[in-house]
Ligand binder design. Structure first.
Ligand code: NAP
Length: 170
């Protein structure tokens, strides 16, 4: 399983149920990675999508406790266990954990790859965060793109991988 996220320098990812940054190259990167695949999201993130509709060309699996929430085109699971069972129906390499903060926190330990768009800025309004991957034992940066710039924001794409042989004691 993989995860994909855009973070600021403090691992901030959102505020007011919206993204911190809307960088076209990041949106394109997200689309390229997830197109044709399975995207896993919490209810708040689904509601934050344009028109609160699932993204076209992808299978959306969403988490919610609300028994009445059943949007068209979304497979809703009521617990992590129910979702893990449902995800067995798909090739694990095709599954992308796409947020928000609560879902990232619960699912990061099931992932082996994290596609991180790192924006070298701090948004003081950030209220939702991704786990600090530089402090997570067993994770390392396997690939990094060149630095890019958009509207005075410097960013790049980092691929973190999990090495099961590295532990907190190493
Ligand atoms: N920067 C990025 O790349 C990125 C990507 C995605 C999202 N975001 C941002 O992240 C923020 C949203 O994150 P969030 O943590 O507030 O919301 P979220 O994770 O998208 O959704 C939270 C909701 O998911 C449901 N849920 C989560 N865990 C569950 C479980 N174990 N069992 C059943 N239901 C569960 C609950 O819905 P019910 O209340 O219905 O039970 C919960 O209220 C927004 O600001 C969004 O823009 C950023």
């Amino acid at each position: 399983m993989k995860t994909i996220v855009c973070v600021d320098s403090n691992w901030g990812i959102g505020s007011n149920n919206d993204l911190l940054y809307h960088i076209p190259a990041d949106m394109k990167y997200f689309k390229e990675k997830t197109m044709g695949n399975v995207v896993v999201m919490g209810m708040a993130t689904v509601l934050s999508l344009p028109g609160a509709k699932p993204l076209p060309g992808r299978t959306t699996v969403a988490l919610s406790d609300d028994p009445d929430w059943a949007p068209e085109g979304v497979i809703v699971c009521r617990s992590i266990d129910e979702m893990l069972e449902k995800l067995k129906e798909f090739d694990t390499d095709s599954v992308y954990i796409c947020g928000g903060a609560s879902v990232y926190a619960q699912m990061i330990d099931f992932c082996d790859t994290a596609y991180i768009t790192k924006v070298y800025a701090c948004d003081k309004d950030a209220e939702k965060f991704f786990p600090d991957m530089d402090k997570k034992p067993g994770w390392y940066i396997a690939e990094e793109s060149d630095y890019m710039e958009y509207n005075d924001l410097v960013f790049r794409f980092l691929t973190y991988k999990k090495d099961e042989n590295i532990t907190a004691d190493n």
